[in-house]
Design a protein around this ligand. Structure first.
Ligand SMILES: NC(=O)c1ccc[n+]([C@@H]2O[C@H](COP(=O)([O-])OP(=O)(O)OC[C@H]3O[C@@H](n4cnc5c(N)ncnc54)[C@H](OP(=O)(O)O)[C@@H]3O)[C@@H](O)[C@H]2O)c1
Length: 293
């Protein structure tokens, strides 16, 4: 088993981003700037946004975290987004999900100017992604592609099974792996909670991407010897063993699956760190105008 080491790869790519950000700042007189909007007090969301902000500082970006109480209205949130859309000092905007039930995430996503949509969730970015045109790729699948590319893993002709079809991970991942690109050129099966004989499907896979949200969902008996296993899951459980008061688990039974896999991502230390890298790369591209000018 070889580890797909998110710590190592993300640190290396962040060094490159830092150099590029410094060059942008020297040429333009300002730093790339990411704004993150956080609604409510969800513990996981707070941790993710804090980490995104911290990483912006680390690579020489400006970052702003705008926080709202859980009772902000959809109209108020959209009004703020429209303000940011026309602010020339802001390059990228993300609205942390999940949102409270009275706010429609699709309306919020579509309110963001696609040229600042560094999460890559806007239909224009998703459509361009499907067409293999320059666009902002959703940060988690983008990070996974960067990880595969870093290790020089040849994906062409491989059978990939993606478990989970969310708009932010599973669906875009299945499109990206099927595209005529590198990494890509896989034969992809996208599975979900209504899939029949899921274990048999996963057992066929040369590449497994697990994005379900259930601890230890993918077990060793579902994994073909030599498979490449990408664990997207982040499942938090309270723990007295850690300073933070919680422990993170993936969707893959790491210890047992690792014995069969050729490559595998750990949790933590895998895809989560690469997601940040995907976001930082998108923000830098937004600042430089390399995609939409
Ligand atoms: N590492 C990172 O940076 C990162 C980023 C985003 C998310 N995550 C984590 O990744 C996990 C998935 O996130 P998400 O946002 O994609 O989740 P999500 O929106 O909840 O989607 C979960 C998907 O899993 C499928 N599913 C649920 N139970 C299943 C079952 N028993 N058999 C087969 N499929 C099943 C669902 O199927 P249906 O569509 O049929 O309901 C759905 O498509 C979570 O743990 C999340 O915290 C990590």
């Amino acid at each position: 088993m070889n580890l797909l080491d998110g710590k190592l790869v993300s640190a290396k790519i962040k060094e490159d981003i830092k150099v590029e950000a410094a060059a942008f700042t020297a040429a333009s007189g300002r730093k790339p700037h990411l704004v993150a909007i956080l609604v409510g007090n969800d513990g996981g969301s707070e941790t993710y946004v804090a980490s995104k902000m911290r990483n912006c500082e680390l690579v020489g970006f400006d970052s702003t975290n705008i926080r709202y109480d859980v009772d902000i209205t959809e109209e108020q949130l959209i009004a703020k987004i429209k303000e940011i859309n026309v602010d020339p000092t802001i390059d990228g905007l993300i609205v942390q999900l999940p949102l409270p039930k009275h706010i429609d995430p699709d309306k919020i996503t579509e309110a963001i100017d696609y040229r600042k949509d560094v999460d890559g969730f806007h239909p224009i970015n998703l459509g361009r992604m499907q067409r293999n045109l320059p666009c902002f790729i959703p940060a988690t699948p983008y990070g996974i592609l960067l990880m595969l590319a870093h290790y020089g893993i040849d994906t062409a002709g491989k059978k990939a099974v993606v478990v989970g079809r969310s708009n932010i991970v599973g669906s875009p991942m299945s499109i990206l792996l099927a595209r005529n690109s590198n990494p890509g050129n896989c034969t992809v099966t996208l599975t979900h909670s209504r899939t029949q004989n899921l274990a048999e499907e996963v057992l066929q896979a040369d590449i497994i991407v697990a994005a379900i949200g259930k601890k230890n969902f993918v077990t060793a008996d579902m994994v073909k010897p030599g498979a490449i296993v990408i664990d997207v899951g982040i499942n938090r459980e309270d723990s007295t063993e850690t300073k933070s008061g919680f422990k993170l688990y993936g969707d893959v039974d790491f210890d047992n699956v690792a014995e069969k896999a050729s490559w595998i991502t750990p949790v933590p230390g895998g895809v989560g760190l690469m997601t940040i890298v995907g976001l930082l790369k998108n923000t830098l591209e937004a600042a430089k105008g390399t995609i939409y000018g």
